[in-house]
Design a protein around this ligand. Structure first.
Ligand SMILES: *Cc1c(COP(=O)(O)O)cnc(C)c1O
Length: 361
């Protein structure tokens, strides 16, 4: 049997055809494909303005820059996330203030946010980790009560929602990623979603050398543009996003039903979890489980082995109990849309077997 990979982008004939068409057009850099991609993505962002860029990290960076976050400001972030969430805070000269998670959801603990607010706090970045929306009901209120900007890191959560509102539409600005392991891809790429026209204009200027009209530079900007080649892949992927998401959810439901562990994902009612990762906890013998799965041809992953506040970049003395515990226990299993029922059964049986073996030790 072929090895079961942890992620596997769904690239088919349509994506290949779209890329060739752009290559033949001669217009390779940011152009009409990018504009169309932005317009089409807006459908999954409550009709808000979208600005396409070259990565999810660039999208997060633009959120902070467009909101004017700068040196001397504090930004509240979870530590249980990919480092990019906190890196961008440092890159604009501000200070990330790390907050613990809710152990049931792996998402930022809304109660701990309040305790971390100081007179220097300017913004909160929430991460919809693994595809499960953060506790936006509470967090939107906290941001409003304390006059803080709210930024959503939705890199892992395309189409995730609470009630009928998509993530990316709760805050002032949001960032999505189209890296190949994410729920949809453009090769590399990102999308900024903005809540008002001033922010949109700021982002467009910062993305392209500070120019709206060519050679009439208004501010010092970057080159964070997406190419039409990448946008053409993203546009095709967007047409498959609903079906790919549905398969992730079906795969997750199958595993939840067949795994003999109580630590399967917790989903609050009215929340749509889009399962970027399917993550369980293994309290004892995680490495043995990983090795056993690997010996049976199943790849698994640990997201994330080191909490961001413990990375050399931030070397915080702070102790975040639930974050550190989660880092020791989490294990992500394959859940991507290419898996067959047979693959899923095999994964569930093999994980059950591995857990049984480590329990006996
Ligand atoms: C992937 C990811 C990013 C960064 O996106 P890139 O496209 O890789 O730059 C940021 N935050 C989180 C939570 C991510 O998973």
């Amino acid at each position: 049997m072929k090895r079961i990979l942890l992620s596997h982008p769904q690239i088919g004939r349509q994506e290949k055809r779209a890329v060739v068409k752009v290559l033949k057009s001669g217009n390779l850099a940011q152009g009409p494909e990018v504009s169309s991609f932005e317009r089409e993505f807006s459908r999954f962002a409550g009709g808000r303005d979208c600005v396409a860029v070259n990565s999810g990290t660039s999208a997060l960076l633009l959120c902070l820059l467009a909101l004017g976050i700068k040196e001397g400001d504090e930004v509240i972030v979870p530590s249980f996330t990919f480092a990019a969430t906190a890196n961008v805070v440092s890159l604009v000269g501000a200070t990330p203030v790390f907050v613990d998670i809710n152990p049931k959801t792996f998402n930022i603990n809304s109660k701990s946010i309040i305790d971390s607010i100081t007179p220097l706090t300017k913004a909160i970045i929430v991460v919809h980790l693994f595809g499960l929306p953060a506790d936006m009901g509470e967090i939107v209120k906290i941001a409003r009560d304390h006059s803080l900007f709210l930024i959503e890191d939705a890199a892992q959560a395309h189409m995730a929602s609470i009630g009928n509102e998509y993530v990316g539409t709760f805050g002032d600005a949001a960032a999505f990623s189209f890296y190949p392991t994410k729920n949809m891809t453009s090769g590399e790429g990102g999308m900024v979603v903005l809540s008002n026209p001033t922010l949109t204009r700021n982002c467009r200027l910062l993305r392209n050398q500070g120019m709206e009209v060519r050679y009439q530079n208004e501010i010092a900007g970057y080159n964070l543009r997406m190419t039409d080649i990448h946008a053409s892949i993203g546009r095709v992927q967007l047409t498959k996003l609903e079906s790919m998401t549905l398969s992730r959810i079906e795969n997750a439901n199958f595993l939840i039903e067949h795994l003999e562990t109580q630590f399967t994902p917790h989903i609050p009612s009215t929340f749509l979890h889009v399962f970027h990762q399917f993550t369980i906890r293994v309290e004892k013998g995680r490495q043995e489980v990983i090795d056993y799965l690997s010996s049976k041809g199943i790849s698994s992953g640990v997201y994330y082995p080191t909490p961001v506040h413990k990375l050399p970049t931030f070397h915080s003395e702070q102790s975040l109990f639930e974050t550190e515990k989660a880092s020791r226990e989490v294990l992500s299993l394959p859940i991507h849309p290419r898996l067959t029922k047979r693959n899923l059964s095999y994964i569930a049986n093999t994980v059950n077997k591995a857990l049984e073996i480590v329990a006996k030790k």
